[in-house]
Design a protein around this ligand. Structure first.
Ligand SMILES: [Zn+2]
Length: 77
């Protein structure tokens, strides 16, 4: 339980790559073994990636959709 608390407290620093090597290893080892913390980590990571993608605007969803449609058209013919 104490390990979970300390893992979760490092989660955001881990995502920001602000942990030193030792803490990174401790964190990674813990989420490999702990399903609860892995789920939490996975959720935060996905959330963060979604926010990052919507902020940059480098890949507007409309352009992305068109590209996917074009790829699908190739497979249709
Ligand atoms: Zn845990």
């Amino acid at each position: 339980m104490k390990e979970c608390t300390s893992a979760i407290s490092k989660l955001f620093e881990y995502l920001d790559q602000e942990l030193d090597i030792k803490d990174t290893e401790t964190f990674e080892r813990h989420i490999e073994l702990c399903r609860n913390c892995f789920d939490r980590f996975d959720f935060e990571k996905a959330l963060r990636e979604r926010v990052k993608n919507s902020n940059t605007g480098a890949e507007p969803s409309e352009a992305c959709k068109v590209r996917i449609q074009n790829i699908l058209k190739k497979f249709d013919s």
